[in-house]
Design a protein around this ligand. Sequence first.
Ligand code: 5AD
Ligand code: SF4
Length: 450
Amino acid sequence: MREKTYHSITFGCQMNVRDSQWLERVLTARGFSEAALEDAQVVVINTCSVREKPEQKVVSTLGRIRQATGGNPRVLVCVTGCVAQQLGETLFTKERQVRLVAGSDGIAAAPQAIERLLEEHDLHISLLDFTAHYVEREAAPAPDGRGGPVAYVNIMQGCDNFCAYCIVPFTRGRQKSRATAAILEECRTALQEGAREITLLGQNVNAFGRDKSGDGTSFASLLRQVAALPGLARLRYVTAHPKDMGPEDVAAFAELPQLCPRLHLPMQAGSDAVLARMRRRYDSTAFLRLVEELRKARPDLALSTDIIVGFPGESEQDFQETLRMVRACGFMSSFSFCYSDRPGARAALFPDKVPSQMAQDRLLRLQALQDALSAQWLNARVGTTTTLLMEGTSPRDRQGDAVSWQGRDPYGTPVHVPLCAGADHTGQLVRVCITQAKKHSLVGRQLEEP
Ligand code: 5AD
Ligand code: SF4
């Protein structure tokens, strides 16, 4: 074990990835450096409970840490995020090395807690309270003032929707919007540190501002203000909610050239009966109308989605409605899941659970349809020209004088392109012609400068 080192392990969504990056940067600013798991003094597991068997995953990770560190009691293990929020102090009894548990709001105080726990070896700290307002965290500058070309900025915490299957309102608490000035400040800093693209993060971004922490700024207005920041080339956001996407949010796709023509719009199901039981508060007609309006505002808009199959009571007929909607919307990609109970969420109490074999079979049929749609979408890109924001070299071989780089097009698809060796292309915008489609990515050729 080396003193003043950390190792972090992250599960889950973009918000968790951002939380981990924040904690890593703050620890770095306090003199810690990153280390392999075997060598680290502080190990952080940032957990997610939205998807399958979260508790088991955390327990098996704790076992892996114990093995890698030889069970050294001087190694401090911290569990943060959704599972920490749910399991709380029981985690102390599951593994001796765990001395900090911090939930979604508590993570803001984790850096101070970690420093204290390294001094006081018998102490345990739990940071599980929800705050009434969005808690501003201490600034986390990129090491050496240089961040990557893509930055993620939180605009809110929590969610008020209580969709029947979802644990988020319980693990992340009620919706709390962040102050617009603080969001803009963090965006400006990211741009100064080299970002060209910003993704705004929240569980339900379209409802930004509509809670008691809101400062009167609507989501559409926030988008306009961020888009106007000097140096910003691309703007994205996750996650949208169809019921909260108003006309102004739709119009932003027509008005703001920085806003990328890609939207992740979780549909969850195609059947009106299932959507109602899910408490999504839109039906298939409203969803299709929204898709139509969005495409009118931005004809090249690419949509992706989340879908749950096997929600309690879902019939074959209901599932066929989902397939129909997936075809009608022509999603470029989707994340799909078999429904599973989340203790505490309302649907856990619903009767008529779908047998897992049946749900699995539906998932495979849905994924086969999506694979065909994704292939169609990617193949249609071959021969088109586009602009990539370069992110780094791809894990591929050199090809003569060129190195294979990876960038993303405006739709967020990874594109591999050979670029001249000996130069750092990170953060550059490069014009390419798409030459080939792979299963989840594209290959391009750089176009000559005009
Ligand atoms: N079972 C299956 N999938 C779920 N999701 C959320 N909760 C559950 C659950 N209980 C999926 C939803 C959501 C995505 C992040 O995870 O599709 O949009
Ligand atoms: Fe969960 Fe629904 Fe909130 Fe999304 S909108 S985080 S699915 S409760």
